[in-house]
Design a protein around this ligand. Structure first.
Ligand SMILES: CC(C)(COP(=O)(O)OP(=O)(O)OC[C@H]1O[C@@H](n2cnc3c(N)ncnc32)[C@H](O)[C@@H]1OP(=O)(O)O)[C@@H](O)C(=O)NCCC(=O)NCCS
Length: 313
């Protein structure tokens, strides 16, 4: 089977597995298709296109990832693609040993997989990868558990320029919490990066950053992207109008009392008003807070990102 036939088989496979996956491959054109690795085992096939993604240490993206990510775009076909996938991962590993600095924490090897195409999971684990990050989706008409009734003193309001310090503080807490799960890197310049990232968002006429106050104390933060700003993530889902929920954080002392649910319900109301068909968000699979929270609010996994960090030991 050549690379084109394999891509067609792979697309048909995904169409059968998950109606919310897009019909065109969101990773198409990312790597150099001339460097494709292909392996077969009887009726089953796997291919992998490696590519490298790097962000600058002074970019706001650096807050949420390793500076250098080696990614592999995997396509599978046939009934038992695990074995050919192992061969692809082994070849990629040989390549990574040549190009990545062993033990360098600011590197990661990343394999994005459609969450419901579970073939190859054991093989990824064997090669030292773990399912770490999920892009989750909530179709607009999805019923969700409303969660606990909000505390009577909770008020949600748009963040204003005067909230910059509070917003940076809440974001910093979120970074510290999320850094436990391995994707977020705590950086010395995080305060400056968060400040400049948020500054531009706080005086918009259509607010995208919201604060939850409990009896006048700001304890929760929500940040969203409407479809015009979420076009970077829209190709990952089969939906016309896509919103992105970038941040939800509740101060530790206020958790488990309905503040997060009130902010999530607020976000969904804003997205409904903007005629959004599906909302996407990223979360750390190992988080005992975010994973159960999102899945009881109507989200479910769409893409699962398998990580090995550092990329090579
Ligand atoms: C995830 C997070 C935003 C949730 O906010 P929260 O204010 O704690 O959430 P809520 O209180 O609204 O909802 C959770 C509570 O709902 C209640 N609840 C859950 N299911 C319920 C049900 N079926 N019926 C009634 N109540 C229910 C529980 O009391 C639950 O608290 P518990 O998990 O401690 O038992 C918050 O924990 C947080 O900021 N975590 C750290 C950062 C983070 O992970 N953010 C998400 C990043 S993607």
């Amino acid at each position: 089977m050549n690379a084109d036939a394999l891509a067609t088989e792979h697309a048909a496979r995904l169409g059968r597995m998950d109606p919310l996956l897009p019909s065109s491959d969101p990773f198409a054109g990312r790597g150099n298709e001339a460097e494709i690795l292909i392996a077969e085992d009887g009726e089953s096939w796997a291919s992998g296109v490696p590519f490298r993604s790097e962000v600058a240490a002074d970019s706001s993206d650096s807050l949420w990832r390793a500076l250098v990510e080696y990614r592999l775009i995997v396509r599978l076909a046939g009934p038992h693609p695990g074995r050919p996938l192992t061969e692809i991962l082994t070849q990629w590993d040989e390549y990574l040993r040549r190009v990545a600095i062993p033990g360098e924490w600011d590197t990661a090897a990343v394999v994005p997989r459609p969450s419901r195409d579970t073939a190859g999971s054991a093989e990824l684990l064997r090669q030292g990868f773990s399912a770490t990050r999920v892009l989750a989706v909530r179709p607009a008409d999805r019923l969700a558990n409303p969660g606990p009734p909000a505390e009577p003193g909770v008020r949600i309001r748009p963040a204003e320029p005067g909230d910059l310090g509070t917003a940076v503080e809440l974001f910093t807490e979120l970074q510290q919490y999320d850094s436990q799960f391995g994707m977020v890197t705590l950086r010395a310049n995080a305060g400056d990066l968060l400040t400049s990232d948020l500054e531009s968002q706080l005086d918009r006429t259509d607010p995208t950053v919201w604060i939850a106050e409990l009896y006048g104390r700001p304890l929760g933060l929500l940040r969203i992207q409407y479809p015009a700003e979420a076009s970077w993530v829209a190709p990952y889902v089969s939906a016309e109008r896509v919103g992105y929920l970038s941040t939800l954080h509740v101060a530790e002392a206020a958790r488990s009392s309905g503040v997060g649910s009130a902010l999530a319900a607020h976000a969904h109301q804003l997205f409904d008003e903007a005629d959004v068909d599906a909302v996407l968000l990223h979360h750390a699979l190992a988080s005992p807070r975010s994973t159960p929270f999102w899945y009881s609010r109507g989200y479910r996994p769409l893409w699962t990102y398998w990580y090995r960090r550092p990329a090579t030991l």
